[in-house]
Design a protein around this ligand. Structure first.
Ligand code: TMP
Length: 210
């Protein structure tokens, strides 16, 4: 059966490097995508919510809704049809990020009800992720790496205070109470992390032949 795996985690956790290693290993036997983004329309939403500085001047609710809009689009036009065709989907981020960043990091837990409702609707008659692999990193390390990212201007997100990164980290842990999440210690070398990811995927029956 085709599986839907989400890769998520703290900013600066080396998730991007891990996705590249997986793409190199599995090639086009697996469909790789990302959130926000992943289809032409969802990539437009990505440009608004991730790359446009105006998004950081808007409200958490507005950004939350844009992340949802991107997810609904990706589910409808890419994830569901791909799984139906029998292929696995690997996504760089997913609803775990909305939970960790908007609800917990930005302290808008009053959005929990809306988050749960949106989950029900988005995954209605579709497949919810089979597994979330979360790259875990201490808050200070995540913040330090985010600072380097801002120096390279990779996105508009401001570097927030340490408390934000601590809340995001806790947010992923809270998400894991009810969801199929496996944490990976992202303080190790990329190769060590990659090996562990391959082991977790093998437990899901995903290997080069599966
Ligand atoms: P990335 O693609 O480089 O990981 O950047 C995506 C950024 O968007 C990252 O800082 C996390 C953030 N994000 C949210 O805040 N909520 C979400 O629902 C998603 C998918 C991403």
């Amino acid at each position: 059966m085709s599986k839907y795996i989400v890769f998520d985690g703290m900013d600066g956790s080396g998730k991007g490097t891990q996705m590249k290693l997986l793409e190199k290993k599995f090639g086009n036997s697996i469909i790789f995508t990302r959130e926000p983004g992943g289809t032409p329309f969802a990539e437009e939403i990505r440009r608004v919510v991730r790359d446009n500085v105006l998004a950081s001047e808007s409200t958490t609710l507005n950004n939350f809704l844009l992340f949802l809009a991107s997810r609904e689009e990706l589910q409808h036009n890419l994830v569901a049809p791909t799984l139906k065709s029998g292929k696995h989907v690997f996504s760089d981020r997913g609803d775990s990020s909305t939970y960790a960043f908007q609800l917990c990091g930005e302290e808008h837990e009053e959005l929990t009800h809306l988050f749960n409702l949106s989950r029900e609707h988005i995954f209605l008659n579709r497949q919810s992720p089979d597994l979330y692999i979360v790259f875990d990193l201490p808050a200070e390390m995540s913040r330090r790496r985010a600072l380097q990212d801002v120096a390279r201007k990779t996105n508009h997100f401001d570097v927030r205070d340490l408390g934000f990164y601590e809340r995001v980290r806790k947010g992923f842990r809270k998400f894991a109470v009810h969801m199929p999440v496996k944490f990976v210690d992202a303080t190790r070398t990329p190769e060590e992390i990659h090996q562990e990811v391959l082991e977790l995927l093998a437990e899901e029956g995903i290997g080069l032949s599966g």
